[in-house]
Design a protein around this ligand. Sequence first.
Ligand code: ZN
Length: 309
Amino acid sequence: MSDLIFLKPVLKENIWGGNRLKQFGYDIPSDHTGECWGISAHMNGDCIVDGGFYDGWSLSELWEKHRELFGNIQMDRFPLLVKIIDAKEDLSIQVHPDDTYANEHEHGSLGKTECWYVLDCDSDGKIVIGHHAKNKAELKNMIEQKRWEELIRMVPIKKGDFFQINPGCIHAIKAGTLILETQQNSDITYRVYDYDRLSDGKPRELHIKQSIDVIEAPYRAAEIDPRVTVEHGVTITSFVECDYYQVKKLDVDKTGQIEFHAPFTNVSVIEGEGTINGKKIEKGTHFIVPFEYGTCCFSGTLSLIVSSI
Ligand code: ZN
C-alpha cells in the first residue's frame, strides 16, 4: 500500500490578497497573501511532498515518474489544481476559454473549468457570475460601450455555497470572500474589466477581443443540486460531476471511513482536526490519496473538500 501524499502548499501574494490564510495555519509572506496552491503540479507553483517515502519530491516529478500512484492515467499533465483564495479586494472580472479555443489561440493550452466552495464571506457577500446581455451582439455593444453596471450579473452568496464556472462564463470573486477553488490545471484567463483600477499608475491589460469571442450569450446558469448521503459515518455532499472533475464535501463527526475508487483523490481539510489512519490532519492540510490506497479511517471532527477526475 502506498503512503498518503501530503503536500506543502505554495503561498502567493496578490494586490487583492489579505491575511486570512493565516487561519489555515500557513506562514503567510505578507498581508497581501491572496492564494494558497494546496494541490498543484503547475510550473508556477509545484507543491513539494511533505514526509513519507517521497519526501521532498515535487508533485510534477511524482506525476512523471510514478504514474502508478495516479492509476496510470494517460494525460500529459496533472489535471487539477486546488487553491484557497482570500480576496480582500475585488478580483478583476474575467472569463476562461474552453479546450478548443485555448488549443487554437494559446499554443496548445487547456481551457479552464473551475468551481468554488465558499469557505467564508462578509454578511452582504456577493460574486459576479454571468451577465444580462440577450445575445452576442448586445454583449459586444455593452462591452465596447463599457456599460458594466447593465452587463454584469451579481448574486448574493453565503458560507457553504457552491458555484460551477464553465468556460465562457464571466465571473469574479468580490472583496471579503474566502473560497476553495478546484480547477483544471490551466492559467488561461481573459480579463474583461478591472473596475478601471490602476496598478503602478497604469490600468492592467484587458483582453476584449478574446473575451467577446469566448463569453457565452445569453448566459445559462450551471445548475448545482447537491446530493447528500451518509456512509459509514461520513456525510457526503456531492456538488458537481463534469467532464473534468467531481467535487464533494465530506463531514466526519467522531469516526468515519471511506474508500475512494478514483485513479487518485485530492483532499483538503477546510475545518476541524483529527486523524486519517492514525496520521494527524487539521484545517489547512492538503493531501492526495493514491490509486488503490484502500480504506481511509477518520477520527475527529473534520470537514474535507475532495476532488477526483
Ligand atoms: Zn476564473
